[in-house]
Design a protein around this ligand. Sequence first.
Ligand SMILES: [Zn+2]
Ligand SMILES: [Zn+2]
Length: 266
Amino acid sequence: MRITVLGKSPAWQDADGACSGYLVEGGGQVVLLDCGPGVFAKLRRFVDYVDVDAVVISHLHADHILDLVPYASGLRYAPRQQPVPVGGFPGTDSPARPRLLAPPGALEAFAGLCTASGMSADHIELAFDVTVYDPADRVELGGLTARFQPVPHFLPANAVELAEDGARMTFSSDCAPNEALCEFAAGTDLLLIEATLPRPERDGERGHLTPEEAGEHGAKAGARRLVLTHYSDELDVAWAVEEAGRAFGGPVDAAHEGATYQVGAR
Ligand SMILES: [Zn+2]
Ligand SMILES: [Zn+2]
């Protein structure tokens, strides 16, 4: 399984960057994990968007879903994608219609997002084969298996695991410190974990991790490899890596656009 970072910015993009988006290739599948602002353009540097088998969404914050709108436009309006697929036409030359696995509440969120931006309410649903997953589900995507774990955040969010033949990558989604992620990620080959905050939130509900907390979660999980993400280019990355590394007790990588990570044999 190969993971390519398309975007690692937090809720606002780095200079020339993109928000949450990771390309995962393995098990005969091309999977896009999250589709935040800027991700569609970055995706096109690496693969043809019609060749993506599935898009998996961790949660419904803007920085994880907004580029579903232009992605849907490409799938519906690109000349090579005509006619517009509705339900597929077996036996004919069907345009690409990737699967879209999205959390509960997604259909309402997508309809609101599309209508508020002048598109039809079903713009995303017409472009993608949408499945609203239950976080308790285990979803087979060709030779990959997707699993989910609810994690505490400002709205319902799910850590996501993609596994191929026992090789596992775990994505934290956005989350406050929590035990559930450590248990879900126990023994994972690669934990891609958010490290958004230079310091814990000053007041109110917690929703994100510091680099030190990201390192602690990696250590508790016994992750073989730890990669920090969802941090701004306004954060001192050397400081973040050092903080996380001390807590993790081993070397830590900081995700950057175009970085690739190999998990498992291939
Ligand atoms: Zn986010
Ligand atoms: Zn979020």
